[in-house]
Write a new protein. Structure first.
Length: 334
């Protein structure tokens, strides 16, 4: 069984579901609609004790499901009174690693054979936080939890884990799980996607979304309409509604040189120049600069700064001049 989050009549509802084999593939079915407030099934008995209402188990029995109490209880832990949840948290999942043992070669082969690469990419990032997925299939044990789940259960599984992502990380996450780095030869693609050409990146992203949407092996067991799946729409929103973060590595890259040289930093702040000179430094016409929004201007600056930064073999004076031109253009764009 698993807990699903669904929008029903524009309202978030929780549904207790199960995956099952229909003879052809793993699919899913709804068992009990918990509504918008699953906590109504939690009964408090005083102190830190609680129990799940018997009416829920009766509903499951009517569906032909005899569920273990411990299995059902875990779905309601996030909805507990915060004080009680904090008190019992140390006792939850106590046996999670008790029976751990290394995976056999046969089990590893099964994991790689029966899990989709897109699911492995998501799991890899959510556990390790790495954009570079060149060693994707080395931590095979990481993907064991993906086995024996229907597509709907897998998507709900991922949604729950994606709640730990900060909004500033969304676009970076999408870049990694759709493996967009493979379309770029630049060495920085694996660690600094924010410096890549944005138009090309957008094109490749849309291409990969459409490719996954039409992948029948991925959606096997899940009913589809003629529209883009809501499970993919969330990634479209993550990509287009959010920007790459000003990551620590990028900030260090831009500010390390000028930060170490106070006089250079004062020079960047104080220098003023004409728009004509700024356009010459950026290598584009004044009309092209005027047509750029702040997002495109920043993208152009980052690409040129990456090449000119002294730590990358660039020229000190040209880097300072470029940064001054960028600041001047930002000021005039206001």
């Amino acid at each position: 069984m698993y807990l699903a989050r669904r929008f029903i009549d524009s309202h978030l509802q929780y549904v207790l579901c199960e995956s099952y084999d229909n003879g052809t593939c793993l699919t899913n079915r709804d068992l009990v609609l918990l509504g918008s407030r699953p906590e109504r099934f939690i009964k408090y008995a005083g102190g830190s004790s609680f129990y799940i209402d018997d009416s829920l188990f009766e509903c499951l029995q009517q569906q032909g499901i005899t569920a273990l109490y411990e299995e059902v209880e875990q779905f309601f832990l996030p909805f507990l009174d915060p004080y009680i949840r904090n008190k019992i948290s140390r006792f939850c999942d106590r046996s999670q690693y008790r029976n751990w043992k290394p995976m056999s070669a046969k089990d590893k082969a099964r994991v790689l054979d029966e899990t989709h690469v897109f699911d492995r990419r998501r799991m890899h990032y959510l556990r390790l936080g790495q954009v570079d997925q060149s060693s994707l299939d080395k931590p095979v044990a990481l993907y064991k939890k993906l086995l024996d789940k229907s597509r709907d259960e897998l998507e709900q599984f991922m949604i729950a884990r994606e709640q730990t992502l900060a909004p500033s990380e969304y676009k970076r996450y999408v870049f990694a799980i759709f493996n967009l780095q493979r379309f770029f030869s630049e060495s920085c693609a694996r660690i600094m996607p924010q410096v890549l050409q944005e138009d090309k990146l957008d094109t490749f992203f849309v291409q990969e979304v459409c490719h996954l949407d039409s992948d029948r092996s991925f959606w096997q067991g899940l009913e589809r309409s003629g529209c883009l799946s809501p499970y993919l729409i969330r990634y479209v929103v993550m990509y287009f509604d959010y920007n790459f973060p000003g990551s620590r590595s990028w900030n260090n890259f831009i500010h390390s040189f000028s930060g170490q040289r106070q006089s250079a930093r004062r020079h960047v702040r104080s220098q003023r120049m004409s728009i004509n000179k700024a356009s010459t430094i950026f290598g584009v016409s004044r009309a092209e600069l005027a047509a750029m929004d702040r997002k495109k201007l920043t993208g152009l600056y980052r690409k040129k700064a990456f090449k000119l930064h002294p730590d990358k073999g660039g020229d000190h004076d040209r880097f300072i001049e470029l940064t001054a031109a960028y600041n001047e253009l930002l000021r005039t764009h206001r």
